[in-house]
Write a protein that binds this ligand. Structure first.
Ligand code: IMP
Length: 185
């Protein structure tokens, strides 16, 4: 669905990112990844459910073989604030020993989820662990953890679409938009 199907739920003035802008940026990142991982096997680890769209489009933009696996972790309740509590809901099927791992994220907000995830994955003996995220909020820029690939740095607002939800809605919105405060307050 597109903006016309969620009329009134998004901040009026703008779409934050159109489908075209997202596609273009992911293609640019794909070229960087191809260069950086030239001659090395690569395992993309998608974080469910938000990263489904990013993973699908990033993986298909890559002109090389990759493997894909998925993890589901939970750090959010049903609201818009990070709880800081991370639980594994679904673990990887792949043995990470000696693998080059690229975590594919939809958004990094506080970075709590990611810090936890990196520590967890690094404890499994991979050759390397790096991060690619489509969106990054300001607080995440102060994180200790370096994020290798960032699609867009965005302001501190709650955004939905392209995999990102509010109470499980809006994931299938093609663009990314800022949720209007009357929806969540
Ligand atoms: P963090 O631990 O605060 O970095 O939160 C990361 C997770 O929170 C993301 O993977 C999303 O699932 C969710 N999240 C953070 N900000 C947003 C947002 O603006 N819209 C939708 N989900 C968000």
């Amino acid at each position: 669905m597109d903006q016309t199907h969620v009329d009134g739920d998004l901040e009026l003035d703008q779409t934050l990112f159109t489908e075209e802008q997202i596609t273009t940026r992911l293609r640019e990142i794909a070229r960087e990844i191809e260069k950086d991982y030239d001659g090395r096997d690569l395992l993309l680890v998608g974080v469910l459910k938000g990263a489904v769209m990013v993973m699908a489009d990033l993986a298909r933009s890559l002109d090389r073989h990759v493997e894909m696996d998925w993890m589901a972790v939970s750090s959010y309740g049903s609201g818009t604030k990070s709880s800081g509590v991370v639980r594994i809901l679904k673990d990887l099927d792949t043995d990470l020993n000696g693998r080059h791992v690229l975590i594919v994220e939809d958004i990094i907000d506080t970075g709590l989820t990611l810090s936890w995830l990196i520590t967890n994955l690094k404890s499994r003996g991979p050759a390397s662990v790096e991060i690619a995220t489509l969106l990054r909020k300001p607080e995440a820029q102060q994180m200790d953890v370096a994020v290798k690939y960032v699609g867009f740095d965005i302001p501190n607002a709650f955004v939905v679409g392209y995999g990102l939800d509010f109470n499980e809605k809006y994931r299938n919105l093609r663009c990314i938009g800022t949720l209007a405060p009357h929806i969540y307050s």
